[in-house]
Ligand binder design. Structure first.
Ligand code: UD1
Length: 378
């Protein structure tokens, strides 16, 4: 039986989370030979290596070490370095997860070498082309051969764009698989004790989107709002981009002066999950955390005007407030006042993101596709 050689390309924090359960399954499959190429888009320990360690993932076979830069520079650098490896390696298929610059660079490079591309988390749309991720996910979907969608809404988005239905596989969300698998380990972390927190007495805040943190007005609005929200402790693990911008716009000291705000370095997967589960409220602009809050039944305020996860908004688990200080504070107090009723309602909300077996379905579809293509080959 022929070995299936697949290459997974990742480089940014959320891509490791989206791929982890597939890496575990492929590593146990005797028909598969999986190699991981890390682009080096993220390089700090807390942004990448910690996830490999916590999730027991094998080391990448190569790191392209691209580092940070402008979009075109970073994407181009990944492409030129990746092309050389893929030309030598000649994998049967390339897998790209998510919507980062590493995703689009990986998909484009492989597609131009006529290597089939499989996209994990296909079909998500915010319909906001000012977001780099929206450009990345649309273009990736349109050069992919296998598109793995987390929800029915994502499938519909692809069909609307004219993508052939034979290419689309609605598998569920691989991030949900990981959450179910890793929750027991997350529960065991001591992050609440380390931070001196009691369950359901704090809000967890993350913000790193360029439209929020690179824009001084929006970042100031967010900071003003969390300073006013002093009835709650606010835990704020700050992304390196955010830390840099807080210093640049001279906002860091104002935060550090507040007794109710704990600004800390970015956390790994398990501690983040434990914090989300025990929070009264999640405040975020991250796509992944909107979903994790939904699955863990914690209400979420999203610091954006739109979302690629409308399923969570329709379920009234997630509220879009943009960066309007008044809207943010009003919604936060509404959630605090109605916490018990909201929790009861969230307990009964159905999950449109699958059953926790998305990665298994992804692997099965890849194997079916490759077996068929080997049979067709001369
Ligand atoms: C990227 C993704 C975003 C994802 C996020 C998760 C794109 C376009 N964006 O955004 O979709 O939600 O990752 O974190 O791909 N930096 C460090 N150390 C690191 C990495 C970054 O200090 O290890 C700093 C650098 O100053 C860098 C900045 O963070 O310029 C932004 O990093 P970059 O990878 O360009 O974008 P993210 O904001 O992390």
């Amino acid at each position: 039986m022929r070995t299936m050689n697949i290459t997974l390309i990742l480089g940014a924090r959320p891509q490791i989370v989206k791929s982890a359960p597939l890496i575990h399954l492929a590593s146990q499959d005797y028909q598969m030979s999986l190699s991981i190429i890390h682009t080096g888009q993220h390089y700090d320990f807390e942004m990448t290596k910690i996830f490999f360690q916590e999730l027991c993932l094998p080391d990448p076979m190569a790191n392209l070490n691209v580092g940070s830069g402008t979009h075109a520079w970073q994407t181009a650098k990944i492409m030129t370095r990746l092309e050389k490896i893929l030309q030598k390696q000649k994998p049967d298929l390339v897998v790209v997860p998510g919507d980062t610059n590493s995703t689009i660079a990986g998909a484009l490079t492989a597609a131009k070498l006529h290597i089939p591309v499989a996209h994990i988390e296909a079909g998500a749309r915010s319909y906001d082309m000012r977001m780099p991720e929206e450009i990345n996910r649309r273009l990736t979907d349109h050069c992919s051969t296998l598109l793995f969608t987390p929800t029915e809404n994502c499938t519909k988005n692809l069909l609307k764009e004219g993508i052939a239905k034979e290419k689309i596989h609605q598998t569920g969300d691989t991030m949900y698989d990981l959450l179910i698998q890793q929750l027991p380990k997350a529960e065991k972390t001591q992050i609440l004790e380390k931070l001196g927190l009691k369950p359901k007495t704090y809000a967890l805040l993350t913000t790193h989107r360029p439209e929020n943190v690179d824009n001084p007005k929006n970042l100031k609005n967010i900071i003003k709002a969390i300073i006013k929200l002093n009835k709650l402790t606010i835990v704020f693990p700050a992304h390196p981009r955010t830390q840099k911008q807080l210093r640049k716009f001279r906002l860091l000291k104002a935060i550090q002066k507040q007794n109710h705000i704990k600004i800390i370095k970015p956390l790994g997967y398990h501690e983040t999950i434990k914090l989300i589960k025990n929070a009264t409220l999640v405040i975020t602009d991250s796509g992944g955390m909107q979903k994790e809050a939904f699955w863990l039944k914690t209400p979420c305020i999203t610091l954006r005007e739109n979302t690629e996860w409308p399923e969570t908004v329709e379920a009234e688990a997630n509220y879009l407030v943009g960066t309007c200080e008044q809207k943010f504070i009003k919604k936060a107090y509404e959630i605090l006042e109605n916490g018990k009723e909201i929790a009861k309602k969230l307990e009964k909300t159905p999950n449109p993101f699958g059953n926790g077996d998305a990665s298994k379905k992804v692997l099965e579809a890849i194997k079916f596709f490759l077996n068929r293509s080997y049979q067709k080959a001369p």
